[in-house]
Structures are given as C-alpha cells and as structure tokens.
Design a binder for this molecule. Structure first.
Ligand code: MRU
Length: 356
C-alpha cells in the first residue's frame, strides 16, 4: 500500500493523547467545541477518571491513554523493590481496566504492556520501567500509522460522493487522524468527498460537539443533522455510503459502536447504501465469537435527562446503553490497517490474523 499523504498533510490537529515523562497530556473533550484545552494528568487515578468521565474517549484514544497511565506509574512510583513495583503495577493495571468495558483497545493496550513486563520480569527494575514507557509510546505511534493506512485503504473502496458518519471516530477518538477520520481526510485531499453528513449522536453529542468541530477545523464540507434525520436524508438519495468506527469487532464480524449505529445499518440496507466500519487490528477481539458476548456499558441517566447541561425531562427512569451491536450481515466491509476485510467475515478475519 502506497501511503500518498503524511499525517501533517491530512490534519492541522495535534495528537489527542501524549506523554511527557511524568504526565499524560490530553485534550479535554468534554469542553469542546466551546474551549480547546489540554489537561495534564499526573496520577493513574487522574488518568482513570479522565477515561470514565470521557475527557478522553474513543476506542484507540482510550487504549493509548491507559498505556500512558502505566508509563506514568513506571516513571513516578516510589517503589524500591521489584515486589513493591509489581504490586503497584497490578493495582494500576486493574484501576485502568475497570474504567470502561466495551472498547477492547483498552484491554489490548494494557495486556500488551503487562505481557511485556511479565516476559522481562528477570530484568533490572530500571530496565522494566524503560520498557513500559517505550512500549506505551510505541502503541501511540503505531496508532497514527494504522490510521494513515486505513485512510488510504478506505479511500480506495468508498464511492465518490456524500458520506454519512455517526459519533466521533476522528482524530479526537484516536491518537491522531482518526479511523473514519483518516478515510474522510484522504478522500477530502483526493477531492472525492463531496459532503459529510454528521449525526449529532445523542446523548453525549460526540457528532455535534466533536466530529463537526474537528472536520470543520480541517476544512471538510459538512452538514450536521439530528440523529432522527438520517433516514430521511437516505431516502432522498443524499447518502452514497456510511462509515462508522468500532469499539469492538468480534470473530464473526459483528461489532459494537456508539448507540445508534445499528439503526443506521438497518436503514442503509433498506436504501441499498454501502455500510463500512473502520477498525484497526487493536479493535478486533477474536476471543469473542459473536456480538452477543460484547459487554455493553450503561452510563449515568443524567446524560439522557439533560442536554448541554439543561434539564430536558422530568425525573423518570432512564435506560442509557452507550453502545449497540450491529450484526455483520449489514456490513459491506471492515476497513482495517491490514487491508479491507470482505464477507464472509468469519473466514476472512481468521485469515487476516493468520497472516499478521
Ligand atoms: O463513548 P465513546 O465516545 O468513547 O464512543 C466512541 C465510539 O463509539 C467510536 O465510534 C469508537 O470508539 C471508534 S473511535 C475510532
């Protein structure tokens, strides 16, 4: 695959998650679009809290932030012996693991570092610490590289025209560029993206607050719609393809993504519109056979009872699942950093992992 563009040719945005010796630096996504502010996290607890409260969110960004959380532990711990260090390390690992259940990138990143630590257990403590920090940095750098690849693969298979997306799988949701974001940015540079329809994505409004903000920032022509307008726009023949991110793709191709994705997939089928998800290898969980096994996070009812800080409903019972599962039968293809996976997904995902 020839990479025609460099990250800096595709976005003016900085990385969303970075590491600086004794701090994890993130863009506080809860403040956007009103304020662009970076926050420095100095403890593992602060990193965990930032993930839970969605200051940093989006599957790959959560994975990178958690990896940097372990780096932060390695750089700041006062542990003198290896036993003390390992006790603190496992505590940090569990603390970060318990933040959000659906996006598999979190577990993937934490397990990658834990595996490395356990493999090198006999090494001197200083060496183990150095390995943790460099592996976390590698995870972040590889994410940008994976996005760049997905951007180029995706641009090859998406039709020229008007694209609809849901939630935010852009630069903010990853270390940089985005998964969906990279595809849109390459298409924009190629001149094949005529218009981007952005679903607002209730209840947390990642589409309106984050996608509209970051794509507008990079000059991508877009129109914002409320979630309930998507069907009408499709019916009018105004959507040539839909691309969404994923929090977890499983062995048969079913995938979890932001609540509302399933609705779009069914509508896309009705209207004969190609429907793709974009997901790096770190989002694919071959340990689960079908989407029914994916744990779905339920969040605070306040997210539904309020909008933009305003109360919009009486004090009633609420159901607030943060994600839904789209069965693979609705998917046209999965755009990964190792190429596009086409149906039959179960067989072709297995092949992809054998080849890896
Ligand atoms: O609850 P969020 O905002 O973390 O959910 C984000 C999504 O569902 C994204 O589409 C997904 O994480 C892919 S990000 C590249």
């Amino acid at each position: 695959m020839e990479l025609r563009y460099k990250p800096e040719e595709l976005t003016g945005l900085p990385r969303s998650v970075e590491y600086g010796e004794d701090r994890v630096i993130i863009i506080d996504q809860t403040l956007l679009p009103g304020e662009f502010k970076t926050v420095e996290l100095r403890t593992v607890d602060e990193v965990a809290e930032a993930i839970m409260t969605m200051k940093v969110r989006g599957a790959p960004a959560i994975g990178a932030a958690a990896a940097f959380g372990l780096a932060l532990y390695a750089d700041t711990t006062k542990a003198k012996t290896k036993d003390e260090f390992m006790e603190g390390f496992y505590w940090a690992y569990e603390r970060l693991r318990s933040t959000r259940p659906t996006a598999v990138n979190l577990f993937w990143a934490l397990n990658r570092i834990k595996g490395l630590v356990e493999e090198n257990f006999e090494s001197p403590l200083g060496e183990i610490k150095r390995l943790i920090v460099s592996e976390a940095q590698k995870i972040a750098d590889e994410d940008v590289e994976a996005n760049l690849r997905m951007g180029h693969y995706g641009a090859e298979v998406l039709p020229e025209g008007k694209i609809l997306t849901h939630c935010n799988a852009g630069s903010l949701a990853t270390v940089q560029l985005g998964t969906v974001g990279a595809v849109l940015r390459v298409m924009h540079r190629d001149g094949t993206l005529k218009l981007l329809w952005v679903d607002e994505t209730r209840p947390v409004l990642q589409g309106a607050r984050l996608s509209a903000w970051e794509y507008h920032y990079d000059g991508i022509p877009l129109k914002l719609i409320t979630d309930n307008m998507a069907g009408f726009v499709m019916q009018q023949g105004e959507v040539d393809a839909i691309i969404v991110g994923a929090d977890r793709v499983v062995a048969n191709g079913d995938f979890a993504n932001k609540i509302g994705t399933y609705t779009l997939a069914v509508l896309a089928r009705e209207h004969g519109i190609p429907f793709f998800t974009v997901a790096p290898i770190s989002t694919i969980d071959m340990n689960l056979k079908s989407g029914k096994e994916i744990p779905i996070e339920e969040r605070n009812p306040e997210e539904v009872l309020t909008c933009g800080g305003c109360r919009i409903a009486p004090d009633v019972d609420v159901y607030n699942p943060a994600f839904d599962v789209t069965p693979h039968k609705y998917l046209t293809g999965i755009i990964t950093d190792q190429g596009v996976v086409w149906p039959p997904f179960e067989r072709n995902l297995k092949r992809l992992f054998k080849r890896e």
